[in-house]
Design a protein around this ligand. Sequence first.
Ligand code: FO1
Length: 327
Amino acid sequence: MRIVVLAGGIGGARFLRGLKQAAPDADITVIGNTGDDIHLFGLKVCPDLDTVMYTLGGGINEEQGWGRDDETFHLKEELAAYGVGPEWFGLGDRDFATHIVRTQMLGAGYPLSAVTEALCDRWKPGVRLIPMTDDRVETHVAVTLPDDASAEGPGERKAIHFQEYWVRLRASVPAEAVVPVGAELAKPAPGVLEAIAEADVVLFPPSNPVVSVGTILAVPGIREAIADAGVPVVGLSPIIGDAPVRGMADKVLAAVGVESTAAAVAEHYGSGLLDGWLVDTTDAGSVERVEAAGIRCRAVPLLMTDLEATVRMADEALALAEEVRGA
Ligand code: FO1
């Protein structure tokens, strides 16, 4: 079976760990979000690609869900001693090596897809990991920063990098707009459209529907390829009981006018894209609403509390895909 998964960071990576165990013989292609990518200290950092690579390759910091295990921060401390920041983004020494290798290869002319393949030669994630695009796409968030005590007049409205919104500001101010800058001109990376065309099933893990899955779908050609593939497309809700399972998805959902409910996220993707949707048992009451939108829906436990629970979620997603196929 050939499975294509559109993945963001932590939620996508953890779901993939369960999927690999649920479908050990499947050929899994992961299309990774690169809208979270950021240039820091002259280096290209790809948080979502790295989170998938480290999680599946056994190098992730399990507690925080991103970055390397057994990490130290000497380089960051030395940079800070020179007054070189940003200090709010935690890059560790081991992680830095990945960004140095990546930046070196990009500088030598390799596209990000080839660089990612080379990095995966070391980590052996057991899936084929492809960035959504080799072109530069950067998610920016429009915010109005509150007045500081000394300033006069209304707060300053500006667009900031997604990581600044997410990590520095912890999504503490409303996101007024979320823009994947450069997406409209980006081309899917080599292998992306081919993998979708050859897939038996496409899965949307419980990743952020706006800044993870939404950004991947914003690359021209990807949404259309999935809608036209003629295979079951099944998603798992990242919202349980009207709140994101982790992260701050509600903040960016508000920016695109979508309420933070499992049903609203399904409707946001729409029946033109989505064939099946899993909601948590807590949200069993919303099954009818999702089905009324033309999307087959089941309520099952959706908390990735441990690997076994995650494997069961992946099993349910594949079962729903079979149900859709047989319908
Ligand atoms: N998330 C944080 O909350 N704080 C950090 O300092 C931080 C650093 C970081 C470094 C490398 C990396 O690959 C990921 C990192 N993340 C950090 C996670 C990341 O910002 C986001 O969770 C994802 O981009 C959202 O998918």
